[in-house]
Design a protein around this ligand. Structure first.
Ligand code: F6P
Length: 319
């Protein structure tokens, strides 16, 4: 996100606009927690993960009264346009703000889940995939030395993009994602067959939102009831293979961004400024076939981004 903030600030100043940063997302917007930003304010942040403006979840912004308060604060400062960087929830807020008030909004997709439609990738996704494949590689060292099965849980809320990409790129033996009903018998059978073929380890990458048949997987669970643990116990019980579970957790959301993410954030941040200055509102910018393109936020929040089944099938062939 820092790389996107940097691009918004510097591109807007380049175009002659004045720029303010909003601290703590919509919570800061409602409180009028703004800071004036110049080129120097965003120096040395392109290599840092997260956002120096900080972020927050904000229930009040879900109400019309909350959004009106925010619009009033922006108006008092003479601010006419807002660039919103975030996922589904942030986009919904940007949509309503532009429909209910005179504030123009442009969304920039930023979520490791990569589940926003109308863009090939969201900011943060590539860095998270790289973090996960690094973790898979390190875990594999123990898996092979100790001849164990490992269940590795990746984030992604209800989406499997992170798990699928890192499972394929990390060479996992099985990939379980929410978009495809998975059968625990098949997973156990694969562990067994691979073992009989001479494999000395098995890596199963599972998305946190996965559902499975043939086990007690829960769909509504708290963090300490991870499905990965249920799966790990089941594999051990059914195959006798010593099994360990690794929940990667919030390490997936941090770290210095990859070159690909920095490039994406810079292009989308600058693109958002161009569209805002051209008078666009209630839109998002996305990268489609390497071009910065615009789409309505409504389309982005109402459509489900679909998993690429070719990638899923390829992973099953290669792994
Ligand atoms: O949406 C991004 C995400 O990292 C999900 O992948 C994950 O389920 C969730 O946020 C975690 O949220 P929190 O940091 O509030 O626990």
């Amino acid at each position: 996100m820092n790389a996107a903030v940097r691009a918004v600030v510097r591109k807007a100043i380049h175009e002659g606009a004045e720029v303010y940063g909003v601290k703590r997302g919509y919570a800061g917007l409602i409180e009028g927690d703004f800071i004036k930003l110049d080129r120097g304010s965003v120096s040395d942040i392109i290599s840092r993960g997260g956002t120096f403006l900080r972020s927050a979840r904000c229930d009040e912004f879900r109400t019309q009264a909350g959004r009106e308060k925010a619009a009033k604060k922006l108006k008092e400062k003479g601010i006419k346009g807002l660039v919103v960087i975030g996922g589904d929830g942030s986009f919904m807020g940007a949509k309503l703000l532009s429909e209910e008030t005179e504030i123009n909004t442009i969304g920039v997709p930023g979520t490791i889940d990569n589940d926003i439609a109308c863009t090939d990738d969201s900011i943060g996704y590539d860095t998270a995939v790289n973090t996960i494949i690094d973790a898979i590689g390190k875990i594999r060292d123990t898996a092979s030395s100790h001849e164990r099965a490992f269940v590795i849980e990746a984030m992604g809320r209800r989406a499997g993009f992170l798990t699928l990409a890192s499972g394929l790129a990390g060479g996992a033996e099985s990939i379980l994602i929410p978009e495809i009903k998975c059968d625990i018998d098949e997973v156990c059978q694969k562990v067994q067959e691979d073992y009989e073929l001479g494999k000395i380890h098995s890596i199963i990458v599972v998305a946190e939102g996965v559902e499975a048949i043939g086990s007690e997987f829960k769909t509504n669970r708290s963090q300490d009831e991870s499905n990965a643990f249920i799966l790990g116990k089941e594999i051990n019980k059914r195959t006798g293979f010593e099994t360990r579970v690794s929940i990667l957790g919030h390490m997936q959301r941090g770290g210095s961004p990859t070159a690909r993410d920095r490039l994406l954030a810079s292009r989308l941040g600058a693109g958002a400024v161009d569209y805002l200055l051209a008078g666009e509102t209630n839109k998002m910018v996305g990268l489609i076939h390497d071009n910065v393109e615009i789409a309505s936020i409504a389309k982005a929040v109402e459509s489900d981004k679909e998993i690429n089944m070719d990638i899923y099938e390829l992973a099953n062939i290669l792994n």
